[in-house]
Write a protein that binds this ligand. Structure first.
Ligand code: 5HY
Length: 243
């Protein structure tokens, strides 16, 4: 099977890191293709950036219609529902995947994300997924997304410090890393803190593989039905849904 992993921001170094994390857990026979759009925000930090990253995500899926499954590699699960309308194949968001898997290994978990402005979107998703009662707290490490790409930024230490606070104050039993750019930190932080530390990219790849192995597709008889044919105007004319 082949899984297309889409980083909805435009930062190629982060896409490279995400691809490596996906390949590290992919089963034999699973081919991972990691891409990012060439237009949109370089990092997604909050609702405004999210809105402008969705067309790039949809464009990336439209350019690769033969993947067996898709992974949306932004922790806010940016454009996840729109993506599910754009394909019959399963689409898994790294946030949703990590939340579900965390509930299988811990009674309660905390999320450590980047900036405070990203917290609300993640809390909204937890409510939407019906998992808010299992999440003790969504914490911000106040590390900008692109600092995760900068060696020497101290990002890892600030994430680790926030994990320590979550274990002490939230009585968290597991930690979910709240940014795709943290994918390379999970193993070392789990060893350092002695609790499960989940990377959403890895979780999403394993769930996507399971959905394909079960022969499951995205349901088209309701909210994820294909968009109706219509002509979009202006900037988005090329996104007009065709038959
Ligand atoms: C992410 N932003 O996973 C989110 C994390 C965040 O560009 N990739 C991003 O801070 O919302």
């Amino acid at each position: 099977m082949r899984i297309l992993v889409v980083n909805p921001n435009t930062t190629a170094s982060m896409t490279h890191k995400i691809g490596a994390a996906a390949r590290a857990v992919a089963s034999d026979g699973t081919e991972i293709t990691a891409v990012n759009p060439d237009f949109g925000p370089p990092s997604i930090e909050g609702f405004f950036d999210e809105a402008f990253s969705v067309p790039g995500l949809i464009d990336a899926i439209g350019r690769d219609r033969v993947a067996d499954a898709y992974v949306v590699a932004c922790f806010d699960d940016t454009g996840l529902e729109a993506a599910r309308c754009a394909t019959h194949a399963p689409v898994v968001g790294i946030g949703e995947a990590a939340f579900h898997i965390a509930t299988l290994v811990a009674g309660r978990f905390s999320v450590i994300t980047t900036l405070s402005r990203s917290v609300a979107a993640i809390e909204h998703n937890l409510l939407r997924y019906g998992l808010a009662t299992r999440c003790a707290r969504v914490r911000a490490s106040e590390v900008p997304v692109l600092d995760l790409e900068a060696p020497g930024s101290g990002a890892r230490q600030r994430v680790s410090d926030e994990i320590r606070a979550a274990l002490r104050e939230d009585r968290a039993e597991a930690i979910v890393l709240g940014c795709a750019g943290m994918a390379d930190l999970a193993t070392a932080l789990a060893q350092e803190h002695g609790v499960p530390v989940l990377d959403g990219v890895a979780c999403a790849v394993k769930l996507a593989e399971s959905l394909v192995a079960l022969g499951l597709k995205t349901s088209k008889c309701g909210g994820y039905a294909p968009p109706r044919t219509k002509s979009f105007t202006g900037l988005f004319a090329r996104f007009s849904p065709e038959i």
